[in-house]
Design a protein around this ligand. Structure first.
Ligand code: HEC
Length: 135
């Protein structure tokens, strides 16, 4: 009986883990396709031109703006980890809300060490409050 429980538990655990990494997998594919040209695969950016995503202090304080940054882009002078950036980033209006969620979750997990999962409803909420983000 105990053995059976252990098996059920293991199967459950494996499916939960593979389910969540699946989300990050798609997020990684999308990040690598859309973002890594400038921000690099490892999120390190290119000093003076493209700000880092990895451990970005700017992003940590603008977490709720990430969906808007992806959808609308970002313009104007910003400071990331002590360095200034002022190039314009174009938005990606064609990326769907569920794929924005995949990218956001991948970035949060991989570059900010945050395992909290953002769902599509929360992405929609973020996107309906973009006015203040984009000046
Ligand atoms: C063509 C180059 C380019 C691409 C592609 C690009 N960005 Fe950016 N990104 C920039 C630039 C330039 C800035 C700085 C904008 C500014 O100074 O206002 C920026 C700023 C940011 C910031 C805020 C600053 C920071 O580093 O924390 C985030 C977050 C971000 N981008 C995420 C993304 C994501 C996610 C993608 C892919 C969906 C992406 N970017 C694709 C060039 C790019």
């Amino acid at each position: 009986m105990n053995r059976l429980l252990l098996i059920i538990f293991t199967v459950l655990l494996i499916s939960i883990v593979s389910c969540s990494t699946k989300g990050f997998k798609r997020g990684k594919i999308l990040y690598d396709a859309y973002c890594s040209d400038c921000h690099m695969n490892d999120g390190s950016g290119l000093e003076g031109l493209f700000p880092p995503i990895d451990n970005s202090d700017y992003l940590k304080t603008h977490k709720l703006d990430l969906a808007c940054i992806i959808h609308y882009g970002l313009e104007g002078k910003i400071k990331v980890n002590g360095k200034e950036y002022s190039q314009k980033m174009n938005g990606f209006p064609k990326i769907t809300e569920s794929d924005i969620a995949n990218i956001v979750n991948y970035i949060n997990y991989k570059f900010l060490g945050d395992e909290e999962y953002v769902n599509i409803k929360e992405i929609k909420e973020m996107l309906s409050n973009c006015d203040e983000v984009i000046e």
